[in-house]
Write a protein that binds this ligand. Structure first.
Ligand code: G
Ligand code: G
Length: 254
């Protein structure tokens, strides 16, 4: 409860920010896009990791305002990227389960796309397996509407939740993100290695794209390339970049 009131204050005091982690297309080495990751700089506690507060406030009525703040911030950044000539850089936005089935989500997105004059195809909405499990029929209905508007969908933390493979068949998903826990073990754990390489093969046979998260070494990258993983994200390429540094970093790279 204390955390809830602190989150309320934090929204008012603008203590939240976003960092953007690059996603690299492995075949070309080019920047494909960024995943937006929430950061909370607390005046006393310092940087509070999202896992520590999202799970708490997901059960309060604060997750929605925070989630809408995240979306709007991403739209502002997308607009700035387009204005700076980066017009095909994608942004992946994490959505909470409640936000995904919020009746106002679609109208909010429509309104903001028009306001910032952005194509929906720039955005990948990222859900986790637990979101999918919460309410399959509501989620499916939202996804179909958003898909018709042009948004793409990614499933994050793939393999760690409770979802069944049948969701991949039923839902209009574009991208699967292999959870970083599998990447961490892949070089010395046979099971992790097999899970990764066979997930890549399966995802591609379904004509979906696959992102490996948590790539930290050249050895991991080589294996991902050998198995034709589409995209990768991780400290080997770059840590999440604070929004205020994003354009300076982009300019260095080009
Ligand atoms: O940035 P970090 O690896 O600490 O993020 C941990 C988790 O927090 C991520 O895997 C993601 O699921 C979640 N997360 C990060 N940013 C957001 C956000 O903006 N909204 C939601 N709902 N979850 C987020
Ligand atoms: O599941 P999600 O995509 O939200 O996870 C992103 C989180 O993982 C971020 O908090 C980010 O800081 C962290 N992360 C991203 N890349 C790496 C990596 O290569 N190694 C480790 N240990 N964490 C990473």
């Amino acid at each position: 409860l204390q955390l809830e009131s602190e989150v309320r204050t934090a929204l008012e005091q603008q203590e939240f920010s976003l960092s953007f982690q690059p996603q690299i297309e492995l075949e070309t080495g080019r920047l494909y896009g960024f995943e937006a990751l929430l950061r909370w700089q607390h005046p006393q506690r310092g940087m509070v990791p999202p896992d520590d507060f999202i799970s708490v406030i997901e059960h309060s009525n604060l997750m929605l305002p925070l989630g809408y703040w995240v979306i709007e911030r991403c739209f502002v950044v997308a607009r700035r990227l387009m204005d700076a000539g980066y017009d095909d850089v994608k942004l992946a936005i994490n959505l909470s389960a409640d936000q995904f089935v919020d009746p106002q989500l679609i109208a909010f997105l429509q309104h903001k796309l028009a306001h910032y004059q952005l194509p929906a195809s720039l955005f990948e909405l990222e859900l986790t397996e637990s979101t999918l499990v919460k309410s399959v029929s509501d989620t499916l209905a939202s996804m179909q509407q958003l898909k018709a508007m042009g948004f793409c969908f990614a499933i994050g933390d793939f393999g760690t939740g409770y979802s069944s493979l049948s969701y991949l068949k039923q839902m209009p998903v574009d991208t699967i993100k292999i959870d970083k826990s599998f990447l961490f073990g892949m070089l010395d754990n046979h099971a992790d290695y097999q899970i990764i390489t066979s997930t890549i093969a399966m995802v591609q046979k379904l004509d979906l794209k696959v992102v490996a998260e948590g790539v930290e070494s050249r050895a991991q990258l080589r294996i991902l390339q050998k198995y034709h993983c589409d995209f990768a994200q991780g400290f080997y390429f770059a840590k999440p970049i604070p929004e205020h540094e994003l354009f300076a970093v982009l300019q260095q790279k080009v």
